[in-house]
Design a protein around this ligand. Sequence first.
Ligand code: NAP
Length: 284
Amino acid sequence: MQTIKLNGDVHMPILGLGTFRVRGYSTVYQVLDAAFQAGYRSFDTATVYQNEADIGKALKELLPKHGLTRKDIFVTSKLAPQDHGEEAESACLRSLEQLDCDYIDLYLIHWPGKQGLKSEDPDNKLHRQKSWQAMEKLKESGKFRVIGVSNYTVEHMNELLSHCRIKPSVLQVEYHPLLVQTDLLNFCSSAGIHLQAYSSLGVGKLVSEPQIIKVAGKYRKTPSQVLLKWAVQQGIGVIPKSCNPERIKENFMIFDFSLSEEDINTISSLHSGTRYCWDPTHVA
Ligand SMILES: NC(=O)c1ccc[n+]([C@@H]2O[C@H](COP(=O)([O-])OP(=O)(O)OC[C@H]3O[C@@H](n4cnc5c(N)ncnc54)[C@H](OP(=O)(O)O)[C@@H]3O)[C@@H](O)[C@H]2O)c1
């Protein structure tokens, strides 16, 4: 498994499993079991996914089953938008408790705004600043190995870099061929921050995109493998989600081929600014 060396001197697998909408203990157990079997060692969750406790419980059973220990895996979770500000520290500790872990590898601020405040409310800035300070404290105490943010724009990133004591290691954003966020990618590479993509498969919709199907045929790969490889080959981390054991396996089989530069560019030219998830550009 290819890994990324994050600032903070921590290695993260470039491909992990997304777990949004993976709910209920038996589903979580089966999905993680299939993922371990396929080779996944990294798992992306969040407080708002309401599956941290089930993931924690499943890991306790699955690590020994697969001959692994906690240090063999990489767990990411996120601070819920409702917990920004004063509540951030206790919310971070709750994530640790729910996951039943002594530490979390990567903890992210899920969203730049506080739930309940209007997007344009300038107090959002104060809340996310307090959240970052709480996360810095938990990183210093060893509860988080590295910390980062999600859904931040270049403006949010510049603001964070102007006040942080600990630099973010990761920025997780929506990124796929219809949403090629070049400004964020360039910002991250010059700041030494890893850009990790979510919704790489366009929440499943991009596997039917004719141009992707055409490129996939050329390499005898599937559209989802091409979508994931397109990102990974550019140094962008991916966390595809699937509840289907065959697709979980399929999404992992991307390390035995390379796309030509021409095909990478052809895929990138599909960019249309299409978002499948939330748009943070108006959060003050
Ligand atoms: N930070 C954020 O704000 C944020 C936002 C969104 C997502 N995320 C994270 O990113 C992860 C991935 O994003 P996502 O879940 O939005 O979407 P995604 O990974 O782009 O797509 C998931 C969808 O694609 C389907 N799928 C998976 N593999 C497939 C394959 N090989 N062929 C055809 N269809 C396939 C899945 O269905 P089946 O399950 O039926 O296979 C599911 O419906 C999330 O789970 C979450 O961990 C973070």
